[in-house]
Design a protein around this ligand. Sequence first.
Ligand code: PAF
Length: 284
Amino acid sequence: MTKLVETLAEIRKKTAQARGEGRSIGFVPTMGALHDGHTALLHQCRRESNLAVASIFVNPTQFGPGEDFNRYPRTLPEDLERCLQAGIDLVFAPSPAELYPNGLGSTYAEVPNLTTCLEGASRPGHFRGVATVVLKLFLAVTPDRAYFGRKDYQQLLVIRRLVEDLLLPVEVRDHPTVREPDGLAMSSRNRYLSPDQRQKAGVLHHALVQARNAVLGGIHDADRVRQILHQTLESSEGVVVDYAEVADAQTLEPLDRLSERQAIALVAARLGATRLIDNMQLTE
Ligand code: PAF
């Protein structure tokens, strides 16, 4: 049976009790509006932990002015059902006041370097909000392992760095991106898309596949790969590219050539008011 926990005091009590009984704690932090990508994380967490915890919290500090905080889908009853089906023990769904008792502008966590490019450049302050809330959630839940999807690749690197730099005793595990049949990465924001936009959204994955095929076919000039990404994305009317980058998979530094370092392609594009991101490993 899944139990809904809404206060910090109760989640601390329940996780301390489990820890006292020698149970390992797995944790899936989410903002709700759960989809099959989340379900994969919930199942992995369930399999690998004695106490499986998920959180549902639409974190205000990771949304910039003019972003979709107010319209972000809030679907708690359906999310609880999905957690129940996945065998999750506790769902922590606190109020903003519970996690930010002194307001949103109080103490924060900042991960430099990794957060100035790509999503960080397009969404200033976003990763500060993510790092801050993930740290608060880790301190509340005290997980042994936490699970994140690779679709938010830069977020994954930021959280790994946060954990390393602050010596947090949490193992960060990642899960491959779960995709729709046409390759579109599952995302809570996909539900904003009109039928026409939804049909066009598959081009993000298509562009990444084209880029990877070009690399497999022997193209090692990163600018040529960027060009392929742009051309493919822009071939779909109404798709506005935010970035299409070829970067080092660990540091996210833009690459000149795809040879020695592990390379990843990362794209962000808008379809109307909806902004989607995706990525694909280009070299091993
Ligand atoms: O990936 C998300 O859903 C959020 O960024 C996270 C990690 C739950 C922090 O709010």
